[in-house]
Design a protein around this ligand. Sequence first.
Ligand code: FAD
Ligand code: SF4
Length: 486
Amino acid sequence: MTNPLTPKQRTKLARQEMPVQAPDVRRRDFDEVNLGLTVIQAHTEAARCLECSHPKCVEGCPVGVKVKEFVELIYDGDYLGAAAKIREDNVLPAVTGRVCPQEDQCEGHCILGKRFAPLGIGYLERFVADYESAHGQLALPPIAPATGQRVAIIGSGPAGLSAAGDLVLKGHAVTVFEALHEPGGVLIYGIPEFRLPKAIVRREIDNLRKLGVRFETNVVIGKTIAIDELLGDEGFDAVFIATGAGLPKFLGVPGEHLAGVYSANEFLTRVNLMNANKFPDYDEPVYDCRDRIVAVVGGGNTAMDAVRTALRLGARRAMLVYRRTEAEMPARAEEIQHAKEEGVELVTLTTPLEFLGDDTGRLRAARCQRMELGEPDESGRRSPVPVEGATFELPMAVAIIALGTGANPLVQSTTPDLATDERGYIRADDETLQTSKPGVFAGGDIVTGAATVILAMGAGRKAATAIHAFLNRQSKGHDRDSGHQV
Ligand code: FAD
Ligand code: SF4
């Protein structure tokens, strides 16, 4: 069916609003905030697309999802066809439709955005992925005949999962080793239920299991077993390292050891993965936020996730303490808006100098420094400059530090011939993701530093292609030493 509207008529259609749970209800539960477009909304939104001959939206997508084609299929009412079209380039559409920073990617490049609101590409992606799962019609793709070759994947975040999916389809036997007790990486332990329901991630992992991917949880590579053992006695032919960047960064100020001070990673993991929000039904301690003042230090998506989680745990006040202003916050605009609607307080131009405890060693306050904006720094944002003599005490019982993360170091430190950069990230070839160690590839946050779900998935796919080529060469008689060096 051809969209009969002229381009002018299309631009007159308003971008469809995402239905959301009411702020005063959702601030106290963990149910998903965004509810998804209705069929009529999805059809209307799809009708807005200008069907550009050179679609800029595709250039903005790190994995090149065929946006124009899948939107046309939605307009035609072929939702399963649209989902299949997305899956050609993106194996986790229900995830990326929810968590991709579309405003910087596809939607940021959409030509409509020059004068009107850009097409709601993320909303439409989520719509078809949810339609597909509601109708239970995901057709598992055909699997190539078994090659007899075995690949070990270390880490089960989006990079590891997408590599696993592609490699198993090529006929290789794939085992994913995960340090935690449940696979999914940040999708499971980091991003909270109210933004990304865990059932969605578990369903995608089950699909991979159905394709034949094996998951071995509670296995810490570098401790339980080393990479050299995987390639030696364990008989794997290649290894893909996708261990992410989960090492928390702290402020480095006095008092960070006090009870009640957490890293965002620890706090979110205790809630998301270990059910601390269901205490005392679940025996996982997280210092009870109920009726207490909680301050999260930082201004990115992780900070936003932590502060909104604290609110849902019953915090009396949930504050975001950030050293610049709201305009410089790196978090997505939608997350900032949702947080404010829910009652999160933004304490901007402020940074803690010291955490102060009571007689029992529990946090009671932070001594803070007032800041002002100075000249732009290397990030292009105006830099925070201390206002001389302007310090004050901010009462708080729980502080959560969300200042970003660094490379998980264990695999690198137990694999001597694996080259790393000065920050401890693994060096890998841009195109093949081959590391300095023959037969070993690496991708996702452990190579790039903390990035995004879609970039990690893109790296997983790239690695799968390169590993497949490497295994083909091996089976034709070349040995591992033919893997080129970085
Ligand atoms: P990860 O997802 O970090 O997975 C790595 C896995 O490896 C983990 O499960 C870890 O346990 C495992 N592992 C580590 N070491 C070992 C070992 N030695 N042995 C075995 N297993 C090991 N991105 C977005 O695009 N949108 C968002 O909204 C968004 N929100 C975020 C919110 C939070 C709280 C955080 C922390 C990140 C967020 N990100 C978001 C970033 C995004 O989640 C990451 O860029 C992405 O998950 C990186 O994928 P990865 O596969 O490289 O690593
Ligand atoms: Fe449609 Fe925007 Fe892509 Fe053009 S750039 S094809 S209007 S989504």
